[in-house]
Design a protein around this ligand. Structure first.
Ligand code: ZN
Length: 57
């Protein structure tokens, strides 16, 4: 028996077990990864901007 990595409900299909998430949770998980990547890129840009300001002053 395998449980969903997000909501801990029992996974019913072999496909879900392969993914480690139920179909709905897998979609949400993918969206969260995309959002996290977006935030990470934002932080990187901020750090570059911050460094540029520090060099200029
Ligand atoms: Zn789930």
């Amino acid at each position: 028996m395998k449980l969903c990595g997000r909501c801990n409900r029992q996974l019913k299909t072999s496909k879900s077990m392969e993914l480690g998430f139920g179909p709905v949770c897998y979609r949400k998980h993918q969206q969260e990864l995309a959002d996290a990547e977006f935030v990470r890129n934002q932080v990187t840009i901020d750090e570059i901007m911050d460094g540029a300001v520090r060099r200029a002053s």
